[in-house]
Design a protein around this ligand. Structure first.
Ligand code: ZN
Length: 289
């Protein structure tokens, strides 16, 4: 996963300025709150960095409907920016979990229901996958560990230090997948705890295992239907995603590497392919012309 510092918008109130230029029917009400909203934006970075401190209650609850309205029924220019951010095609994996597809939803890193002042703050809007969306939801702080549960991909490079290692145990015809989390470089005890919380609260281990089973069945289906050579197919995909000798920063890289390195699974794919190739050949009858 990558540190997405470049997705922060400067100045931090840029999207507020755009909202204030709109002709929405409730623009006067938003304008009346502009100074207070800017004040809250000024402490956003500090709140995110200060992971051990619970955020104090919002002073904008009376304006909640107004502020959320500028996100859910955003005026034209703001809406265009939101759409671009929601489906940013330069992202090839979920910034939160490493799910290997372009994310297509937006998360309010600080939940908008409790802190509506950040409802349309660009820096609070993180593209995420649909697997993370219901899991992260409106959670924010872990009382037991006294820490923010999640790592902000725009504000901490810690997210880019997480790598995945998948181990396969194959007992014909079903593989079992075991996920191990690794760090790229050494981490402090606090950084390790933060990654652990993030991984645990997004249920990343369970979701990777489920993804591996789906991927395995998908590729097995292609082998059985088309006689696909997975050695070639997986090697190509592994190369597209960084090749051998680099840490797996998304689920696909770890999956392809795990399968290619597992003799029993590869033998199983090979046997299934042979059967398909033989069946295809024997079904051909010479028509004599
Ligand atoms: Zn995700």
């Amino acid at each position: 996963m990558k540190y997405l510092h470049h997705m922060r918008v400067s100045p931090i109130d840029e999207w507020l300025k755009i909202a204030l230029k709109s002709r929405k029917e409730n623009i006067t009400a938003l304008d009346a709150q502009a100074v207070r909203i800017r004040d809250s934006y000024a402490s956003y970075s500090k709140i995110i960095d200060d992971v051990a401190t619970k955020i104090s209650g919002s002073t904008f609850l009376a304006e909640k409907a107004l502020l959320i309205d500028y996100y859910s029924a955003a005026p034209a220019e703001l809406s265009r920016l939101l759409v671009m951010r929601r489906s940013d095609t330069t992202l090839h994996e979920c910034p939160y979990c490493g799910y290997p597809y372009t994310p297509d939803t937006l998360d309010h890193f600080i939940p908008k229901e409790e802190w509506p002042e950040y409802a349309f703050l660009a820096d609070n809007l993180v593209p995420q996958c649909r697997g993370c969306a219901p899991t992260k939801g409106s959670h924010y702080f872990c009382e037991i560990k006294n820490s923010a549960k999640f790592i902000h991909p725009f504000y901490s490079d810690l997210i880019s230090k997480l790598a995945f290692h998948i181990e396969v145990k194959f007992i014909k015809p079903v593989p079992s997948f075991f996920v191990h989390f690794k760090s790229i470089g050494s981490l402090s005890a606090l950084e390790k705890q933060r990654l652990e919380l993030h991984v645990e609260h997004l249920k990343i281990r369970k979701r990777i295992v489920s993804y591996c089973h789906r991927s395995f069945n998908h590729w097995l289906d292609l082998v059985r239907k088309m006689g696909l050579d997975v050695t070639i197919a997986f090697s190509q995909r592994l190369n597209e995603k960084g090749g051998l000798g680099v840490p797996s920063e998304n689920w696909d890289h770890a999956f392809f590497l795990a399968i290619l390195n597992n003799k029993e699974t590869m033998e199983y794919f090979s046997a299934e392919r042979k059967q398909k190739v033989n069946n295809s050949a024997s079904s051909l009858t010479d028509l004599g012309f």
